[in-house]
Design a protein around this ligand. Structure first.
Ligand code: AMP
Length: 266
């Protein structure tokens, strides 16, 4: 696996490679990330991964500084998956000066996650656009766990005519249903035991035996601080009507100091 930290050597490596499938990450890799790597491999023999903790998508009050950074371990995992190229730029490489030019996503970016993390999707779409321009992959893979993010990136690729195909990857879960996440490592043992409640309630909402409001009440009753549990249309994350069959439950809730998010199509 070749590791590049700057755009020049990345471009040299890319010039020698053929069709490329790309998986952007913030590192601290787990099986969810690796499943995206394996999905990427089905689309191209040359798989590129990036590791970059993107300051632009963190609020000042959020966990940018304590976000888990496990570079050596991540490298070993990617090596074992047969990844061809790892792009791991320093902040100074992607943001040599404050990023004055930013993507302006549509209004849906201010809903759901955006309501609780103002500017989050400006930061996400901007860094993804930059990473896609650096790596220039034919295919890029994003997880459905971050459903709104996936939708906005698909929308950006279409609206800005990006020459890349965005491929969604299924959410990988722990045996008890908790969606794998780098932030799960923040949970205390007691919180870890409580954490699967979120996906359990989401399954009940998807199955129709619980309302989203009921799920919020349940979470509050077990000391969670829910930001939202909502059912939306899959296609545009609008509020569904009775005609809409393809739906998704989206949820974000804080358990102690850890904010967990999850989504479930139904
Ligand atoms: P992150 O490192 O959290 O920014 O995530 C990098 C990519 O991995 C994003 O496309 C996420 O949606 C995806 N991802 C994160 N967790 C999972 C999971 N449990 N299953 C599948 N994909 C995931």
């Amino acid at each position: 696996m070749q590791i590049t930290n700057d755009v020049e050597s990345l471009r040299r490596a890319r010039a020698l490679a053929g069709v490329c499938a790309f998986v952007p990450t913030m590192g601290n890799l787990h099986e969810g990330h690796l499943s995206l790597v394996r999905l990427a491999r089905r689309h191209a023999p040359f798989v590129a991964v990036s590791i970059f903790v993107n300051r632009l998508q963190f609020q000042p009050s959020e966990d940018f500084d304590r976000y888990p950074r496990t570079f050596e371990r991540d490298c070993r995992m990617l090596e074992a998956e047969g990844v061809s190229l790892l792009f791991a730029p320093d902040e100074k490489v992607l943001y040599p000066q404050p990023q004055a030019y930013r993507v302006a996503p549509p209004a849906i970016a201010d809903d759901l996650e955006g309501r609780f993390r103002p500017g989050f999707f400006v930061g996400v779409t901007t860094v993804v656009l930059k990473l896609l321009n650096c790596v220039q992959p034919e295919v890029a893979v994003f997880g459905k766990k971050d459903y709104q993010q996936l939708m906005l990136i698909q929308g950006m690729a279409r609206a800005l005519d990006l020459p890349v195909r965005i491929v969604p990857g299924e959410t990988v879960r722990e045996p008890d249903g908790l969606a794998m996440s780098s932030r799960n490592g923040y949970l205390t043992p007691a919180e870890r035991a409580e954490a699967p409640r979120l996906s359990r309630l989401m399954r009940e909402v998807a199955g129709g035996s619980l309302t989203p409001e009921g799920a919020v009440q349940e979470l509050m009753g077990h000391n969670w601080k829910p930001d939202y549990v909502e059912v939306r249309r899959r296609e545009d994350l609008g509020v569904p009507t009775s005609d809409n069959r393809e739906k998704v439950v989206l949820a974000a809730a804080r358990l102690g100091a850890t904010r967990l998010i999850d989504s479930l199509e139904f």
